[in-house]
Design a protein around this ligand. Structure first.
Ligand SMILES: Nc1ncnc2c1ncn2[C@@H]1O[C@H](COP(=O)(O)OP(=O)(O)OP(=O)(O)O)[C@@H](O)[C@H]1O
Length: 255
């Protein structure tokens, strides 16, 4: 059984069919990339998976359970972490606090819990979350920056911090929306190794990315979207030489 399954997933915004009958499976343990021209519907697919939008038609299942239209916090809690195309950090908070905000989604933490900090069970939980947050930071080589303000990180480090925050919910599936955007070649190479290590640690990865060198070097499989329709799905070398993909995307200035 696939870890994630999109079954004829469709969403309309007024007259626009942004995602149109997409069938897609993400297998446990793989790194799958979703590519395609600007406006093809890639981020919208991530928004459907994470509950920001409900599909107009079709179904999305995670670990065999229908999650279509469930609220984002429920979907995150069930094990799907994500980063966003634009960096969304609390820039005046520390690096560690930015990750703890993610970890609290997973922990048995709530406001009354915060008020009852003197209880040993609550203290233990806080200690566990702290350990988890440091562990996630170490996955993206940022543990040594834990007490710096997020705004003092370089752009590449900020993008990695977003990944650490997504890892803090201990996801089975990690969605990365254009993780390499704006990075220099050296930062991209570092990121590529980190994402491979994250997969080795047992997290399935599904990413949207425009940088073809990055995608080709990282992915086990690539799916291609054009005008909301999936036009190809296969191994990197198959997709790269697929005439429909070259016509829709690769021949038109994709790097
Ligand atoms: N909330 C919305 N309301 C109306 N139209 C939307 C909404 N969200 C996305 N769209 C439209 O759906 C289409 C797909 O957008 P989407 O952002 O998913 O594309 P994308 O493939 O991620 O593009 P890019 O590579 O530029 O990020 C676009 O035409 C976009 O304008």
């Amino acid at each position: 059984m696939a870890l994630l399954k999109l079954d004829k997933a469709t969403i309309r915004f007024g007259g626009l069919v942004a995602v149109n009958g997409v069938n897609l499976e993400v297998e446990e343990g793989e790194i799958l990339a979703l590519i395609g021209p600007n406006g093809a519907g890639k981020s919208t697919i991530f928004n459907l998976i994470t509950g920001i939008y409900a599909p107009t038609e079709g179904k999305i299942s995670f670990k065999g359970t229908n999650i279509s239209g469930r609220p984002p916090y429920v979907i995150a809690g069930s094990g799907i972490g994500r980063t966003f195309q634009n960096i969304r950090l609390f820039s005046q908070q520390t690096v560690l606090d930015n990750v703890l905000i993610g970890a609290h989604t997973r922990g048995n933490w709530n406001l009354s819990g915060a008020l009852l900090k003197f209880l040993p069970a609550v203290r233990r939980e806080e200690g566990r979350l702290l350990e988890l947050a440091i562990h996630c930071l170490s996955k993206v080589d940022l543990a040594h920056r834990a007490f710096d303000l997020a705004c003092n990180l370089s752009y590449g480090e900020q993008r990695r911090l977003e990944i650490a925050r997504a890892l803090a919910i201990e996801p089975a599936l990690l969605l990365l929306d254009e993780p390499a955007a704006g990075m220099n070649p050296q930062e991209k190479q570092t990121l590529l190794t980190m994402v491979k290590n994250i997969r080795e640690a047992g997290v399935t990865v599904f990413l949207v990315e425009h940088d073809m060198k990055f995608v080709m070097g990282l992915s086990d499989r690539i799916a291609v979207l054009d005008y909301g329709v999936k036009i190809a799905d296969g191994r990197p070398e198959e997709v790269r030489s697929n005439p429909a993909v070259i016509e829709a995307y690769l021949g038109k200035g994709a790097h």
